[in-house]
Design a protein around this ligand. Sequence first.
Ligand code: NDP
Length: 430
Amino acid sequence: MRRFYTSRPEKRLELVVERSYAQEETVNSLKEGLSLDLADQMIENAFGIYGLPYGLAFNFFVNEKEYVVPMATEEPSVIAAASGAAKTIKSAGGFKSHIHSRQMIGQVALIDIPHADQAIQIIENQEDVLIQAAHTSYPSIVKRGGGVRSLSVEYLPATETEQDFLVVYLSVDTQEAMGANILNTMLEGISPLLEEMTGGTALMGILSNYATNSLVTTRCSVPFDLLKYKKIEGEELAQKISAASQLAQSDVYRATTHNKGIMNGVDALVLATGNDWRAVEAGMHAYAARDGRYRGLSRWWIEDDCLVGEMTAPLAIGTVGGSIKLHPYAQASFEILNIESGQAEAANELAGLIAALGLAQNFAALRALVSEGIQKGHMALQAKSLAISVGAEADEVQAVVRQLKLAKSMNQATAQTILDQHRKNKKEEI
Ligand code: NDP
C-alpha cells in the first residue's frame, strides 16, 4: 500500500478518496477552497484568501474510536510529532476523554447600583423571570433542547478598582453551537430588565471565554515496555517526562512553552473545523492560571510501571454556527473525522478529540526534549524551509536539503550558496 507520508501532495488527494477518508466531491471542493465571494461575506474589506497548509495526522484512538485528524498549521514537525505520539499511545489503548459539562457562561456587568445587597436579593428572587426573558430573546435554542441552566449573581467591590460591579452570570446549554452569539443575544436581552430591577446601569453583556463549564479531561497511560524510545529505556524516559511535567508546574517560562506545544495540536484542529481558536486560546491560558499562577495544563506521572498523562482544559467549541457550514475545509474536516456536525454529542466528541490531540502533541514534545533534544528532529524540516526560502524549486529542494544537512552551519546564506552551486552544476551537465 502506498504510504501517505511519502506520497506527493497530488497523490495524497487521491489517497484521501481511495481510503474513504472523504468523498471525491469533497476533495474537489478543497481544490477550489474558500472563494473570494464567500470570504467577502465573512469579513470586512476582504481582498484575498490567506492559505495555510492542511494535513492529516494518523493513529488517533480516543474512547475506542479511530480517527484520522485534519490539522491546519504552518509549523513543520507538528503533524509528524502528533502521529508519532499517537502511535505509541494507541499501542497502550489510546486516550480516554471525559466531558465534565457543556455549557457556555455569559455575564452582564452592572454599575452605579444604589443598593447592592437589595439588588442581589431582587435578582435571586426574580431568577425565573430573568431566565424566561433570556429564553424569549433566543427561543430557538430552547426548542433545540438547550437554554439557561443556571443564573448567579456576584458583587465585586471596588477594592482593586475605582468602580464596583454587580455581575450576573448565565450558564447556558448551547447544544451543538459554540454559542457566542446565542449568549450575547440573551445577555443583551435581559440587560434592560436587570437595569429596571436594580436601578443600576448595564455596562455590557457578553459571553465569557473562560469556559469553566465546558471542561474536558483526557488521559492516557503507557506501560514502560511500550515507551522505549531511541536509545532510552521506557522507565528512564517516563522518569524524565514526569520531571519535565513538574518543571512546567513550577517555572512559568517552561509552563508557557509547555502549553504552546499543547496548543500546536489544539489550534490546528480547532482551526481545521472552523472553530474560533482565539476563544479557545484565551480560555485555556486563563485556566492554566486558575490558582493565581500560570502552570502547565497537563501533568505526567508514574503509576504502576506506566507513564500516565492527563490534561483538563476548557474547550468551548461547536459543530455548527460561525463559519463552520460556510468553509469547505471545515466541512471536509468533519467528514474526515467521521463526526456528523450538528448531531447530538458531536461537539463533545470533537472536544474530547481536541484535548487528546493536545496531550499527544505535549507527549511528543516532552519525549523529544528529554531524549535527543528538539532540534535534531527539526533539522530536516528546517533545511527544507531554508531551501524553499532561498527560492529552490520543487525538483531542487531534495538536493539542497541533502547538502544543507552536511553543511557546518544551517542558515540562509549557506542554503543560497548550495542552491547556486547546484544550479551551476546542472547547467554544466547540460
Ligand atoms: P451562530 O451565531 O452561528 O449560532 C449558531 C447557529 O447554529 C444558529 O443559527 C442555530 O440555529 C444553528 N444551529 C443548527 N443546529 C444547531 C444545534 N444542533 N445546536 C445549536 N445551534 C444550531 O454561532 P454561535 O452562537 O455558536 O457563535 C459562534 C461565532 O461567534 C463564532 O464565529 C465566533 O467567532 C463568534 N464570536 C465569538 C465571540 C467570543 O468568543 N468572545 C464574541 C462574538 C462572536 P437557530 O438560530 O435556528 O437556533
